[in-house]
Design a protein around this ligand. Structure first.
Ligand code: GLU
Length: 380
């Protein structure tokens, strides 16, 4: 098939987060399974070539480190896990690098910790970086930064890559979160114990009945069983993302799910992406200040979907930091939207009305020419 036609294939999902669990990547063994990884990579590469945007969230660092160091399974706990992750992450990335290279795809690594993402500036930096990598057609592989994420401080870590992948899906406004594991999806009963167990193909709402099923379902070898997958599904569907849990060993599973085929269990989004982002940004609690823009900027934002530049800003009200949410008003005092600001209020006071070129002279540094990037802007 000609490449140009290939791009036009109608795939329902454009931006996809694909999460590969440890038990899938190791094929249930003590080490990374190259055949499994090679098949997953080939499918991601195919989507990539068709112009789809894919971010991979990959587990397997700890398993890979354990295999490299030859440490027995019973050596668990801190600091062993972190040591294993530190060793294994390198070999995990090396495996991805080699496999993606065969498809002429450049890989990047992003290690994220929860503490970074609950911080506004951290959230913004991670979002801007991941979106820029997508724009550059670089395939980013994300994992939790296990070296700094300490087990004992539960609130500082995601704890499992299911929840991390849901956060990443929210972070980059993905259309689909695909959780690939070694189970076919969510069942009506434990399929290992009950021969009448039936796969649930679609979940419209995660209610207590669904939660009970997940608690009963057999978990996999990784950190995340069905319970964490369900937590992830709840988080992602609330952010407007469709979630599919499927068996990563099924032939062409990524391509089939991305093509809209009913494989595994699909959780429908409970809000549209725009709605959820708007809700999040417009929840007055989190807005820290206001920017009043001139009429030219108001038109550029409303009609042309442009970013907000310093030149178009007339007034700054309130004290806020880079990464905070600000409300944006037109010269008539009508709110035209809100967005995450790349500059704090003191900086904007210094650069308002100025051409983007001048930012570095005025401040001594710059975070780019956009004060609010269009990616981080909601226009009402
Ligand atoms: N971050 C861990 C690893 O790469 C995996 C966590 C999980 O399995 O959810 O080994």
């Amino acid at each position: 098939m000609a490449k140009s036609n290939d791009k036009n294939l109608s795939l329902p999902y454009h931006r996809i987060v694909a999460k590969f669990g440890t038990s899938l990547l190791t094929g249930g063994s003590e080490r990374l399974d190259r055949d499994v990884m090679s098949s997953l990579v080939a499918q991601v590469a195919q989507l990539h070539k068709r112009g789809r945007e894919v971010v991979v969230v990959s587990s397997g660092a700890i398993a890979s480190g354990r295999h490299r160091l030859g440490l027995a399974r019973k050596l668990k706990g801190i600091p062993f896990k972190q040591v294993l992750a530190s060793v294994g992450q390198y070999y995990l990335m090396q495996a991805y690098e080699r496999l993606f290279q065969q498809h002429d795809i450049t890989v990047a690594q992003a290690l994220l910790a929860k503490a970074d993402l609950v911080d506004r500036a951290g959230y913004l930096n991670a979002r801007n970086t991941l979106l820029a990598l997508l724009e550059l057609k670089v395939l980013c592989v994300v994992n939790e930064n296990d070296v700094v994420a300490v087990d004992e401080l539960e609130e500082t870590r995601f704890g499992d890559n299911d929840n991390l992948s849901a956060m990443v899906a929210n972070l980059i406004d993905a259309d689909l979160l695909l959780l690939l594991t070694d189970a076919a999806g969510l069942y009506t009963a434990d399929p290992h114990r009950d021969t009448n167990a039936r796969l649930i193909s679609e979940v419209k709402q995660i209610d207590s009945e669904i939660e009970r099923l997940a608690a009963d379902t057999y978990g996999d070898l990784g950190t995340g069983g069905m319970i964490t997958k369900l937590e992830a599904a709840r988080l992602a569907t609330a952010s407007g993302v469709t979630v599919v849990i499927a068996d990563g060993r099924e032939p062409d599973v990524i391509l089939r799910v991305a093509g809209g085929e009913a494989v595994g269990t699909r959780f429908l989004p409970v809000a549209s992406k725009l709605e959820s982002r708007k809700r999040w940004m417009l929840s007055g609690l989190s807005t820290k200040g206001r920017l009043v823009v001139d009429s030219g900027a108001a038109v550029a934002l409303r009609k042309q979907k442009r970013s907000l530049l310093a030149a178009g800003i007339r007034e700054v009200e309130g004290t806020f930091q880079r990464g905070d949410i600000v409300n944006i008003y037109d010269p008539g005092g009508v709110q035209l939207g809100c967005g995450i600001t790349n500059y704090g209020s003191a900086d904007i006071n210094a650069i308002k009305g100025a051409h983007s070129r001048k930012i570095v002279t005025l401040l001594g540094y710059d975070y780019g020419s956009e004060v609010v990037h269009r990616n981080n802007l909601v226009v009402l």
